[in-house]
Design a protein around this ligand. Structure first.
Ligand code: NAP
Length: 243
């Protein structure tokens, strides 16, 4: 059976590494992105140069019409989307809760949770055989991210509830839904939080004494999507260096 995957937010970081790894494992990959066309095109180029199949689709995954258009584009090119990685996510400058404006809170919720809801819904409404979803959550859902971004942590907590509930709704259909909870991973996201070197600052406080890599997260996502994880659903892999 053809394996067709959408990886949301795959122009850089964890999404880009996941797209490349999945392509190397034989998936036809949709590299979704929001604004960085060049970076997404570069990910596609790398995949195609290595002999894989991919194309890029610009879509704001918090927008229902754009999610629908993305699924239509992938179905037209590759057929039913059999696997889904809800990876797109954002955070803003480190702040205390009382300094977070309502608009920011709602933007984070939309980008991180509404996007997951919309993509899961579009995925499940297809005809054909759907196999597995992996939602990229965060250790912040357990830790709460005080003094940094409680809005972000709350969005990831909601994502975890969605993962658990949906896994139980679709288990009888043979569709598996799991999550990964990365901790401090070297990506450009920390610059968006106002501290590009955040992972280096925290590394020595982690049990494994180092930050993680996007490749390490991608490996877990790929395993959860694969038939090797055929008896795993409603589960979460912690990728937080022991924290
Ligand atoms: P990143 O480097 O900041 O990349 C974020 C990606 O999401 C980009 O490709 C961006 O697209 C895309 N994106 C953002 N909003 C979008 C939207 N509305 N629609 C479509 N795409 C959107 O992030 P990362 O560090 O790789 O993180 C990936 C995931 O892992 C996120 O969900 C994050 O919360 C989670 N995570 C990361 C860490 C960490 O330490 N890095 C830890 C825990 C969890 P453009 O570039 O095109 O704008």
């Amino acid at each position: 059976m053809n394996k067709v995957v959408i990886v949301t937010g795959a122009s850089r970081g964890i999404g880009a590494e996941t797209a490349k790894l999945l392509a190397s494992q034989g998936y036809s990959v949709c590299v979704n992105y929001l604004s960085q066309h060049q970076r997404a095109a570069q990910v596609v180029d790398e995949i195609v140069t290595a002999g894989g199949e991919a194309f890029a689709v610009q879509a704001d995954v918090s927008n229902e019409a754009q999610v629908a258009a993305m699924f239509e584009a992938v179905q037209a090119k590759y057929g039913t989307v059999t696997h889904l990685v809800n990876n797109a996510g954002i955070l803003f400058t480190q702040s205390k809760l009382c300094d977070i404006e309502l608009e920011r809170f709602q933007t984070v919720m939309n980008a991180n949770v509404t996007s997951c809801f919309l993509c899961c819904k579009a995925f499940l409404r297809q005809s054909g055989t759907m196999r597995a979803i992996v939602n990229v959550s965060s250790a912040a859902s357990r830790l709460g991210a005080p003094f940094e971004y409680i809005d972000y942590a709350a969005s990831k907590g909601a994502m975890d509830s969605l993962t658990k509930g949906l896994s139980l709704e679709v288990a009888e259909q043979g569709i598996r839904v799991n999550g990964v909870r990365p901790g401090c991973i070297y990506t450009e996201m920390h610059a968006d939080g106002g501290e590009p070197d955040r992972v280096d600052r925290l590394a020595s406080s982690l049990p494994l004494k180092r930050g993680g890599t996007a490749e390490e997260v991608a490996q877990s996502i790929a395993w959860l999507l694969s038939d090797q994880a055929s008896y795993v659903t409603g589960s979460f892999i912690e990728l937080a260096g022991g924290r």
